[in-house]
Design a protein around this ligand. Sequence first.
Ligand SMILES: Nc1ncnc2c1ncn2[C@@H]1O[C@H](COP(=O)(O)OP(=O)(O)OP(=O)(O)O)[C@@H](O)[C@H]1O
Ligand SMILES: [Mg+2]
Length: 348
Amino acid sequence: MQSAYGDEESDPPSTSGVNISTTPKRNLRQNDKYAEWDEIDTIHAIESALATRHNVSLIEADENVFENLRDEKPQIIFNIVEGLNGVSREAQVPSMLEFLQIPYTGSDPLTLATCLDKARTKEILSFYKIPNAPFFVIEHLSQLANSNFDFPLFVKPLHEGSSKGIYNSCVVRNEKELFNEVEKILSTYEQPVIIEKYLSGKEFTVSMLGNGKNVRILPIVEINFDSLPSDVNKIYSYEAKWIWDTIENPLEIYECPAKISLSLQKEIERICLQTFNVLRVRDWCRIDVRLDENNIPNIIEINPLPGILPNPKDNSCFPKSARTAGMDYDEMLCTVLDVACERYGIFS
Ligand SMILES: Nc1ncnc2c1ncn2[C@@H]1O[C@H](COP(=O)(O)OP(=O)(O)OP(=O)(O)O)[C@@H](O)[C@H]1O
Ligand SMILES: [Mg+2]
């Protein structure tokens, strides 16, 4: 068994053959350039989890990845590659794996690429009448001219994850704030901007594991906005995830299981399962959900490569849900591998 992992450009530089920064988390997170990366600690934790049951080696997702995969011919890849270039970056290594007919965990290139485009994802959800916030996409500031807006709105980059570009200022309440935020995102992230209706209600995140009729919905996490400073917007921003929340002073940001009525729980689970199916997600994912002003759950986005920080002191939703379900980190990752093996008909 092998795990392929993502790297990005060699800044900050690595000192070994592994092209991943070992800079401590809090320095790395002072700006969001590296937010999608897995920390070296996470990679080693995944390696050691899988090694409890399998022979594991690491394959770096660098420019030699195709040759390395071809030559090593692993039985299966545990894929965590976030990718480096372009909007289909998460799909590139899985495409090579398809080409080489090497089995791998998680969703296929089509689903990975779709979910990294928040508008394409929402178009599919809307087709299936799965609630999500009305939206439009713009590529130039001039497209904002002569329009009427119903504020508040939420502004974010079209193709990012890990809260890149999600700051307290993303909630805009008038045209001036809207223009400023759109201009900032267009110039900083050099990609289109998605502008959505602001969903004003509670927020949840839902971790899912399995395939077909055996998809398991792990205990729902509610994002506890009361833990944030009182004068900020109730959103799970980059500041909330990486700056205000530290191992030394953790925010009590997760309530798991969420204290919600059974009917709301069932409704959230229903739309998440439907989302999982219509987007053809495989093996695992985490889906973010928020209530609108009528308390109707809306899908915010789908993470087919969910974050999995190993340290229980670090707030990380998928491991938190798994722990609440009685699964430790190693068992959680081995289960992801098991469901992928089952899907391929590989039994070790
Ligand atoms: N339409 C919206 N209305 C209200 N809040 C929103 C909306 N869209 C996003 N948010 C807030 O911004 C946060 C981040 O948005 P989103 O999940 O789209 O970004 P992301 O970077 O892909 O997240 P992740 O870190 O989960 O990968 C959400 O968790 C939510 O708090
Ligand atoms: Mg999210």
